[in-house]
Design a protein around this ligand. Structure first.
Ligand SMILES: Nc1ncnc2c1ncn2[C@@H]1O[C@H](COP(=O)(O)OP(=O)(O)OP(=O)(O)O)[C@@H](O)[C@H]1O
Ligand SMILES: [Mg+2]
Length: 285
């Protein structure tokens, strides 16, 4: 999508800034960032941390906030932060193998028995820094009970503790863990609520500043996108990812029309295909 060659003039200066797989600094979400940092902090004092279940709908900044905390850990005692996406690693052995790889353990081969992987992790935690592990998209994981159980046991039975952050779209009431895992978790929860218009505006403005040429964004464009992203089902109500995508597509519409500036009309045009899709889906039931 980003390597399209623009012929003629373009409103973009750095189109890449609107790529939603990049996780920039979170804007707002101060309390959420603080809560995540609080979860990691006990590790630096050699204490056992509380686990944290982070939940909320898509595009509400969960991954952005975790990445921010993990890349800006400013602690006296070093902590190894690891984020594993459970879409990519969705079984017990895949997660444990990936955890070893991320920690820098010398090349564990794929397909090792779980006991062996756990043994290596135990060894690692006895000799190295404490670990903060975030399991992103936790609801996609097949072996949820086993992983919670494994990681918790590792944390309490080794010299260094491990903080576990589970990230999910589903609320805690819909995460079905067996009693033995549940009782080990004792997690705190952190809810990410959908963004309001006022939350989305500064985020979109920051993206727009990076992405568009000076004066290439018409009046009220950011406001219109933020408004639509909160009100229109087709944009996923309060979903920042969709809001950024609409802004991006509006820029593309402006380029296609060879316009000097992105306007509210380009935003409308950018939303139309999504709106039609949402309507068709609603009709289908
Ligand atoms: N507070 C924020 N500040 C800056 N950018 C944000 C913020 N929240 C979300 N974004 C941007 O919106 C997009 C989606 O955010 P993110 O991936 O963090 O959402 P998520 O809650 O993890 O969604 P999902 O449940 O689908 O994984 C990213 O491109 C991210 O950069
Ligand atoms: Mg995410």
């Amino acid at each position: 999508m980003f390597d399209a060659q623009h012929r003629g003039k373009t409103v973009f200066d750095n189109e890449q800034a609107l790529c939603t797989t990049n996780h920039a600094e979170p804007i707002g979400r101060t309390e959420e960032v603080e809560t995540i940092a609080d979860t990691v902090r006990p590790l630096t004092l050699g204490n056992e941390p509380d686990d944290l279940l982070i939940y909320g709908p898509a595009g509400t900044g969960k991954t952005t906030c975790i990445k921010h905390v993990f890349t800006n850990l400013d602690t006296e005692t070093p902590v190894d932060p690891v984020i594993i996406n459970c879409w990519d690693y969705n079984t017990r052995s895949a997660i444990l193998t990936q955890l070893l790889i991320e920690l820098g353990y010398p090349a564990p081969r794929k397909g090792k028995p779980v006991d062996e992987l756990l043994g290596k992790l135990r060894e690692w935690l006895d000799k190295n820094d404490p670990v903060a592990v975030a399991l992103d998209e936790f609801d996609q994981l097949e072996d949820q009970n086993e992983i919670v159980y494994d990681l918790h046991n590792l944390s309490v039975n080794t010299d260094q503790h491990m903080a576990m952050l589970l990230v999910s779209n589903k609320p805690p009431s819909q995460i079905e863990l067996e009693n033995r895992s549940q009782s080990r978790l004792g997690y705190r929860t952190l809810q990410f609520t959908p963004y309001e218009k006022e939350d989305l505006e500064p985020i979109l403005e920051a993206k727009a500043d990076q992405a568009f040429k000076a004066h290439a964004l018409g009046d009220h464009v950011v406001e219109t996108v933020a408004e639509k992203a909160v009100e229109e089902l087709s944009i996923g109500t309060g979903d920042c990812r969709h809001a950024i995508e609409i802004l991006h597509r509006a820029g593309r519409e402006a380029d296609q029309a060879q316009a000097d500036r992105v306007t509210a009309a380009h935003v409308e045009r950018a939303i139309n295909p999504l709106r039609q899709k949402a309507e068709t889906e609603a009709e289908a039931g």
